[in-house]
Design a binder for this molecule. Structure first.
Ligand code: ZN
Length: 320
């Protein structure tokens, strides 16, 4: 079904349930901070608002090991303990919440491949730290990794660009596809000497046959728009040279000035610039197909202004 709008945004309580409680930075108010701002700015009049969709266990296991997903299921029922060394607490209902995050991202992919939309935004997604066998850094699953495997297995789309401007390095994506020459990977993050997870050195460009297919840009703490804009053209050219067939962007708002757990100083202009630039590359090479994932962000005002800026940029780019 072809609709009036080129862009869709997913909202719903089922997505908001992916959260670790009111006293945790990754709390349940992140979703409403974004959705309230979206309606306040009347963006709902320029996009289709869609309901979240639950995945099956099989879809999670396109990326994750079966034993790990069984552990998530067990701890989801008891709702106690940790899924990793102490960063990612288990919470009751987290298995269903994880199914919803993954299923919603895969639903966005299906709709873009079916030409129903060209752009999609999923606010509670972009859980880029989880590995195939374990949780990490507030990420029970890795929907970015699942999306990459889903594009390949379900839609036979191999050449995928993954761009990540969250303050933290997308280690769960990077190391899972380090040997994969068809994953074009670009990640700007706060230098690992100062911030979790400590990885993403500039010398890490992929391994074996994939060497040179990844770019890591560690940025100094306190880096602002000017430093970012100086570095971005190289990334833009790199993505264009990669001729992607599909684009995923992780738009973490924790790289914006004032985040309580990072030390970066961008404004949302960086997110606008990156999304516009990447959408234009997608328009050139892959029918404009871009799925944007919210990612991190622990200052609710920053979430509101940054993710609505991302959605605005996606709307604008198809108007020009
Ligand atoms: Zn982050």
């Amino acid at each position: 079904m072809k609709t009036e709008y080129a862009c869709c945004v997913y909202l719903g309580d089922e997505l908001a349930r992916y959260a670790f409680g009111n006293n945790h930075p990754f709390g349940p108010l992140r979703h409403s901070a974004f959705s309230n701002a979206l309606y306040q700015k009347n963006l709902d009049q320029h996009v289709d608002i869609l309901r979240p969709v639950a995945a099956t266990q099989e879809i999670l296991e396109l990326f994750h090991e079966h034993e790990y997903i069984e552990k998530v299921k067990d701890l989801s029922e008891s709702g106690g303990g940790y899924l990793d060394q102490g960063d990612t607490p288990a919470f009751s209902g987290m298995y269903d919440a994880a199914l919803t995050v993954a299923g919603t991202v895969c639903d966005a992919i299906d709709r873009l491949v079916d030409n129903e939309y060209t752009k999609a935004f999923v606010p509670i997604a972009g859980l880029h730290h989880a590995r195939r066998h374990t949780a990490a850094g507030f990420c029970v699953i890795n929907d970015c990794g699942i999306a990459i495997e889903y594009l390949r297995h379900k839609h036979h789309i191999n050449r995928i660009a993954y761009i990540d401007i969250d303050a933290h390095h997308g280690d769960g994506v990077f190391y899972s596809f380090e040997n994969d020459p068809d994953l074009i990977f670009v990640d700007f993050h706060e230098d690992g000497r100062f911030l979790y997870p400590g990885t993403g050195n500039i010398t890490e460009t992929g391994k074996g046959g994939a060497k040179g297919t990844k770019l890591n840009f560690p940025m100094p703490p306190g880096a602002g728009n000017e430093l970012f804009m100086q570095a971005w053209p190289r990334a833009e050219e790199f993505i264009r040279t990669g001729k992607p067939e599909f684009v995923l962007i992780q738009c973490g708002a924790d790289s914006i000035c004032g985040d309580p757990i990072t030390h970066m100083a961008y404004t949302e202009c960086v997110h606008k610039h990156v999304v516009t630039s990447v959408c234009r590359i997608a328009n050139e090479f892959c029918g404009g197909r871009v799925v944007a994932l919210g990612g991190g962000g622990y200052n609710l005002d920053n979430i509101a202004k940054t993710w609505t800026t991302v959605v605005s940029a996606m709307i604008e780019v198809d108007r020009i």
